[in-house]
Ligand binder design. Structure first.
Ligand code: B12
Length: 258
């Protein structure tokens, strides 16, 4: 009887030990998974980027923010986090919307997640800004009638992080307002974003307005947004066009040399 009890105790002890070991192994594995050391860096970064994309698609705001903080803490390249984590997420949301899988509420939720993550990353990008003389003053905004501001804000952040002084007017900005601000601030660039085929026409109207006011040529005009392309930029006589935030910086620097 006694022998039987002590056997049971022994077995329970063994079982607990086994469970403890398994638990410890899981914790250790989790720790390693999240470690960004020189060996594990790529694997963990890939995972982080995948999680970022997923957080936007699933509309998980807390997760999107937490991952942005994690990226900062782990010194992940923040441009990479944006371009290869969050942006593909919102692009996928766009695809799902086109396919009729997602509706406006999902679109809005995902856009909010994107903004929440950018809210964490933006100040960090700003901190990384080279403390040198400003490369040039930029007035940027999304044209009137258009409330899309995620891409515009990315361009704004990247320009700012790369040494440009940026005055961001937000979204749904009256064409006259761009001119007023650019004149008052003696800006070098005016950047117009448009995400709708209808508001794209605002970019054309803007250049006509500058011509009417004899201000054409005073500022470098850059245009962008999903429906915009180089041909459109050429057709409306814009000085520059870029497909994304990183190339926007390159294009702005190129235009400085012209
Ligand atoms: C998120 C989103 C929304 C959000 C916007 C939230 C916000 N605060 O921005 C909400 C839900 C509010 C929304 C509303 C609407 N939306 Co919407 N939306 C999108 C979606 C899914 C993603 C846009 C986005 O943020 N992309 C990610 C960013 C990073 O990319 P990006 O904006 O293109 O910017 C990059 C480049 O273009 C470039 N860039 C951008 N701006 C500039 C400027 C310069 C100067 C330069 C150089 C470069 C540059 O750099 C950026 C960074 O890499 C797109 C689908 C898509 N695939 O684009 C539809 C989309 C743009 N929306 C669309 C529509 C129709 C609408 C609504 C009219 C829907 C409705 N029925 O109400 C409204 C618009 C109301 C209005 N008056 O503006 C259509 C537009 C169709 C068209 N051809 O005109 C799209 C294409 C969806 C679709 N396939 O039908 N939308």
């Amino acid at each position: 009887m006694l022998k039987g009890r002590s056997m049971n105790r022994k077995m329970r002890k063994e079982k607990l030990k086994k469970e403890k070991n398994t638990k410890e192994r899981i914790v250790e594995k989790e720790k390693n998974r999240n470690k960004l050391n020189s060996k594990g860096e790529n694997v963990s970064k890939e995972e982080l980027l995948t999680k970022m994309k997923k957080s936007i698609i699933e509309g998980n705001k807390d997760e999107a923010k937490a991952l942005a903080r994690e990226a900062v803490e782990k010194h992940v390249d923040l441009n990479e986090a944006i371009d290869e984590g969050y942006v593909p997420g919102i692009q996928k949301v766009g695809d799902l919307w086109e396919e009729g899988e997602y509706f406006l509420p999902e679109l809005i939720t995902s856009a909010e997640c994107m903004k929440a993550a950018m809210g964490v990353l933006k100040p960090e990008l700003k901190k990384a800004q080279i403390k040198a003389k400003s490369l040039g003053k930029v007035v940027i905004g999304t044209v009137e009638g258009d409330i899309h501001d995620i891409g515009k804000s990315l361009v704004s952040s990247m320009l700012s992080a790369n040494g440009f002084e940026v005055i961001d007017l937000g979204a749904d900005v009256k064409l006259e307002k761009f001119i007023e601000m650019a004149e008052a601030e003696d800006a070098d660039f005016i950047c117009l974003s448009a995400l709708l085929t209808t508001t794209m026409l605002g970019q054309k109207k803007f250049i006509e307005l500058l011509k009417e006011k004899n201000l054409f040529g005073r500022f470098k005009i850059m245009v962008g947004g999903a429906p915009v392309n180089q041909k459109w930029a050429d057709d409306i006589s814009a000085d520059g066009y870029a497909e994304n935030a990183m190339t926007a910086v390159k294009e702005a620097k190129n235009l400085l040399r012209k």
